[in-house]
Design a protein around this ligand. Sequence first.
Ligand SMILES: [Zn+2]
Ligand SMILES: [Zn+2]
Ligand SMILES: [Zn+2]
Length: 155
Amino acid sequence: MTRVLKFIICSCVCGHKGRLDAQKMQSNLDEQPTLENVGAIYPRLKCSKCGAKKTEVWDDTGALLFDPSVNIGCQECGEPIILPRLSAQNGTSLCINCARLAEDELLNPSPPPPPPGKRTCPSCGSSTTTYTTRDGEHNFIGCARFPQCRWSSDF
Ligand SMILES: [Zn+2]
Ligand SMILES: [Zn+2]
Ligand SMILES: [Zn+2]
């Protein structure tokens, strides 16, 4: 279950502390802030008093999420990784989202691209792409214009 953050507290070196609640944040976000997306939100937060961007951020349980002096960016997407994750997964270099994507990729590797000789559909001249059968067992090559063009071939 994804935990929605009811509010986060943003604190600046100038001494200003701001409580940003989900409702307020949502007016410029399309989704509720959660531990998964707060990394994407972080770069958009700035102190409403002095405008500084490097702020400390706590979640609604009082856990420190971001400390500008120790922020580490995800090596995939560059978003800062929340501190509870950094300490739980000692030395991780991926944010929650990227780690999850990498895991999905391991469980369901994406199929290989069509081989060089089969990258153009002989029926209509469009490019081809790799499809996987409904049971997930076999890959085959098909026209990228499917269902307009129904050409397909084995690898
Ligand atoms: Zn400030
Ligand atoms: Zn990432
Ligand atoms: Zn075709």
